[in-house]
Ligand binder design. Structure first.
Ligand SMILES: Cc1ncc(COP(=O)(O)O)c(C=O)c1O
Length: 455
């Protein structure tokens, strides 16, 4: 879409009816200042036009916060996470979180584990991938021509980015129909002496299933005894890292498994921290090569840093620590149990409509529900559009190759999504289906006119 270029350099003033009678600047900073109240109103007007984030059923990221979190974010607004000399207590909170999370993930030496906060799981995944690449280089001493590869199950796009940005061949297993996680034996078929590691996901983005990391460990043990090649595992626990320890503690996926060398998770997803924080944790110091760590002294003091960003806000880290204090293990368990109860309720209701095949019901894996149209008798893209009229934003998407002909919808249950909201959503879903059934000829967007089932 082409934007009409409007140069507006004049002062913005509010008219008596509380409106501004000028088109707002979009391409150049206005020449003069405006009243802060006017600027605030105009900016908030734009934000108002976004959907309601709590009705966004697509995102894994938290959309509900304690009022105390808002207070912490306000008091920490000026704190830069990188200035560890100037804000040693924010740095201390980060350290404490690293150790608490390492302990939660079964680290054999949680009090001395090495790790860092990041802006989210994507950055944490890049750091995990880089450490594996450096360790591969140190172990194999490539003489040129060898291309490092990373073998994975179905992964989130951050791993595609990692592979492209850092020159690693991505060997991502195809998504077989009816099976939503990777098969460890199939993983082995793609491993060789240039494999820097295997990534498995605890709670895939597509269906929320946990991959079987314990079986993967056994398979890689067999591989090592046959080929004398030692391959580490990185677990992408973006969402599951703060779900499984509270709901499914018997599942071994973390540092209790000796091959798991690093783990990433998003504090801003089920860690319940506000947007902008992730965690990367290594099994021990030997898993994070020294030459990836930069020491800088220009902030005062000698600061080791291993991160893609330099400056970033410290408030999210402080809020993560607040949540650990506020909720404790018991509180996280309660929150997660409630979310799973909501997912079970939703999946039962969705099954009872007899129009959908439920692919994941939240009873195992992440607290989310994924479904597809049983007989392809309802256009899911159109259903999403219809639900928008009730404010609900429900994502419709295709599964990755080789199941790209399967169109699914997904509700991610997050803190703040109550059983009452789940009921309201089901009412809106029923009404939307009734509307579509009663109006079969209503126009749909051109790209979805075939029902949106093949892409
Ligand atoms: C499995 C997985 N890995 C990584 C990411 C990227 O996380 P972030 O948005 O925190 O960068 C996501 C996001 O949904 C995810 O589901």
């Amino acid at each position: 879409m082409l934007h009409k270029k409007v140069q507006n350099t004049g002062n913005l003033t509010v008219q008596p009816s509380n409106t501004v009678d000028k088109e707002l600047p979009k391409f150049a900073i206005p020449a003069t200042q405006s009243d802060p109240k006017v600027a605030l109103q105009l900016t908030e007007d734009e934000l108002m036009l976004d959907g309601n984030s709590r009705q966004n059923l697509a995102t894994f990221c938290g959309t509900w916060n304690d009022t105390e979190v808002v207070e912490i974010m306000t008091s920490a607004i000026g704190k830069n996470m990188i200035d560890k000399d100037e804000y040693p207590h924010t740095a201390e909170l980060e350290e404490r979180c690293v150790h608490m999370i390492a302990d939660l993930w079964g680290s054999p030496s949680a009090a001395s584990t090495i790790g860092t906060s990041t802006t989210g799981s994507s950055e944490a995944a890049m750091l995990g991938g880089l450490a594996m690449k450096w360790r591969w280089k140190a172990a194999r001493k490539p003489t040129g021509g060898q291309v490092p590869n990373l073998v994975t199950g179905p992964v989130q796009v951050c791993w595609h980015k990692f592979a492209r940005y850092f020159d690693v061949e991505l060997r991502e297993l195809p998504f077989h129909r009816g099976s939503y996680i990777s098969d460890p034996n199939e993983i082995l078929e793609h491993c060789d002496e240039n494999t820097i590691g295997v990534v498995n996901t605890l709670g895939t983005t597509f269906t929320g299933h946990y991959e079987n990391i314990e079986d993967l460990e056994h398979a890689l043990d067999d591989f090592q005894s046959q080929h004398d090649i030692d391959i580490p595992i990185h677990v992408d626990a973006a969402s599951g890292g703060f779900v499984a320890p509270f709901l499914d503690p018997e599942i071994k996926w973390d540092f209790r498994l000796k091959r798991v060398s690093s783990i990433n998770a998003s504090g801003h997803k089920y860690g319940l921290a506000p947007l902008g924080v992730g965690w990367a944790i290594w099994r021990d110091e030997s898993h994070l090569p020294e030459d990836l760590i930069f020491n800088v002294n220009y902030l005062g003091g000698e600061m080791p840093t291993f991160a893609l960003n330099f400056s970033r806000p410290g408030g999210q880290v402080a809020a993560q620590y607040y949540n650990f204090l506020r909720l404790g293990v018991d509180g996280y368990q309660r929150v997660m149990r409630n979310l799973r109860t909501c997912a079970e309720y939703l999946s039962n209701e969705i099954k009872s409509l007899e129009r959908f095949e439920v692919i994941s019901d939240g009873r195992t894996g992440l607290p989310l529900v994924t479904w597809t149209s049983s007989n392809r008798d309802i256009d899911l893209y159109r259903l999403s559009n219809q639900l928008r009229s009730y404010g609900w934003q429900l994502p419709t998407y295709t599964l990755p190759p080789d199941s790209q002909d399967v169109v699914v919808q997904r509700v991610v249950i997050r803190q703040g999504f109550t059983l009452e909201l789940a009921r309201q959503f089901i009412d809106a879903l029923r009404s939307s289906i009734d509307y579509i059934d009663a109006n079969p000829m209503s126009p749909t967007a051109p790209e979805h006119q075939n029902g949106g089932f093949s892409h």
